[in-house]
Design a protein around this ligand. Structure first.
Ligand code: FAD
Length: 391
């Protein structure tokens, strides 16, 4: 959806406010207890996913003609923030509609859009995303997973790891090397929609210390045969196409972190107003209130930058810098909010009952994934400040 340019307005539209309210009302019926039970049982969050799907919230940013809501990444970010604020953030929302859905809607052929987008938009299907590899790390140019042409399509070989939600998805959008640039020696990358049950594709659970229902996997591609019509977009143009989807991932990820930060601050305020250790509530001690106030200011600033990034993205403008800054600011602010909320709760901050320790891993993750703090600082140093590259 194209947003209107030339106006500056910090008040959300009535439709956006309603979206916030509606998602918040659904999410409040689930919350952190629901998530904790699901994690313990090793179960998927099907009930919450399905209820959001019925309301049309999962596909809110996908094109209307393929069953989506026809809104923007701004609206999807609202959904992610409100889920985070209710204690039930969904990682797969940041992956399936935000990355894979966006890339398909932008670069897929008409036939590919008709085949896959309605399922992603209604939430019936999921397409997860695989770029990370053990040997390449943040250096995407060094990806080793390769796709070679066969008579009828492509053959994929290689390893990906930390891939979320493969056990819940029908397809995984894989970034693979289909050539090497002669001059730079960098990989020419392409994108493939690979069925998760394809022959030759094995997955192994990768245990991650966290309190979230989505699981991570190492994927082994051993000569996986893919038909030609599963190549998404232009061969060799994968990196540019990926970035079209990674900005929405980072914006919605930032929004989810902001939601968690809001939740932590709300819990901290309630506790600090109620708990009396000496003669007045502990919130009166500036040693506790000032760090919380600082974290809250930083959270609000991060939210502004996230909204700006979403707005730029939806307007079709360059959102790279704002997206990176939003991701950085949201991660740091959310970590500070949760950390101070834990401190305010004393020993209770680490108990299961108060739900803050559960939140810790999620906000801490946002400093590392989808993009690490250092790679964001590299981006800003080089692109915003014009400093030389160190690597
Ligand atoms: C729970 C979880 C879910 C995930 N889900 C997915 C998923 O669904 N799909 C997917 O593809 N990936 C996924 N990932 C992977 C994630 O995106 C990566 O872990 C992240 O991008 C960091 O890459 P890396 O682990 O290879 O770190 P590395 O690149 O090995 O970096 C290690 C450290 O070195 C620093 N570093 C590296 N290069 C530089 C440099 N030039 N300058 C300064 N510092 C540098 C990094 O910032 C980092 O601190 C997930 C990870 C986790 C933990």
């Amino acid at each position: 959806m194209q947003v209107e340019q030339g106006t500056l307005n910090f008040v959300e539209t009535p439709e956006q406010a309603l979206l916030r309210e509606s998602v918040s009302a659904i999410a409040a019926r689930y919350g952190e207890l629901y998530i904790r039970e699901k994690v313990r049982a090793g179960e998927k969050t099907t009930e919450l996913w399905d209820e959001l799907a019925r309301g049309g919230y999962l596909g809110v940013s996908l094109p209307e003609e393929y069953g989506g809501g026809g809104q923007g990444i701004y609206e999807l970010a609202i959904v992610c923030e409100e889920l985070g604020a209710a204690g039930s953030p969904l990682l797969l929302l940041v992956v399936s509609p935000a990355i894979s859905g966006t890339i398909l809607a932008r670069f897929g052929t008409e036939a590919q859009k008709q085949r896959w987008l309605p399922g992603l938009g209604t939430g019936r299907d999921k397409m997860v995303f695989a770029i990370t590899e053990p040997n390449a790390g943040s250096n995407t140019h060094n990806l080793e997973t390769r796709a070679e042409r066969t008579g009828s399509g492509w053959r994929l070989t290689g390893t990906k790891y930390y891939i979320s939600g493969v056990d819940e998805a029908e397809h995984v959008l894989v970034v693979a090397r289909t050539g090497t640039d002669e001059e730079t020696r960098r990989g020419r990358l392409s994108l493939f929609a690979v069925p998760t049950d394809a022959r030759g594709l094995e997955r192994q659970l990768l245990p991650v210390a966290k309190i979230a229902p989505e699981k991570q996997f190492t994927l082994f591609f051993d000569g996986v045969e893919i038909p030609d019509d599963h190549l998404i977009g232009d061969e060799g143009d994968g990196l540019r196409q990926v970035f079209f989807g990674l900005n929405p991932e980072r914006i919605t990820g930032a929004a989810a972190a902001i939601g968690s930060g809001r939740r932590a601050v709300a819990k901290a305020v309630a506790y600090a107003n109620e708990r009396v250790v000496w003669s007045q509530p502990i919130g009166a001690h500036q040693g506790l209130s000032h760090p919380l106030a600082k974290a809250y200011i930083e959270l609000q600033l991060a939210k502004l930058m996230t909204q700006k990034a979403a707005w730029l993205y939806d307007a079709g403008l360059d959102a790279g810098e704002a997206t990176n800054m939003a991701n950085y600011a949201a991660a740091e602010a959310a970590i500070a909010c949760v950390d101070q909320a834990i401190q305010i709760h004393g020993g209770n901050g680490l108990s299961e009952e108060f739900g803050l320790a559960d939140m810790w891993w999620g906000v801490r993750l946002s400093r590392t994934a989808p993009v690490s703090r250092e790679m964001i600082l590299n981006y800003v140093s080089q692109h915003s400040l014009g400093l030389p590259r160190s690597y």
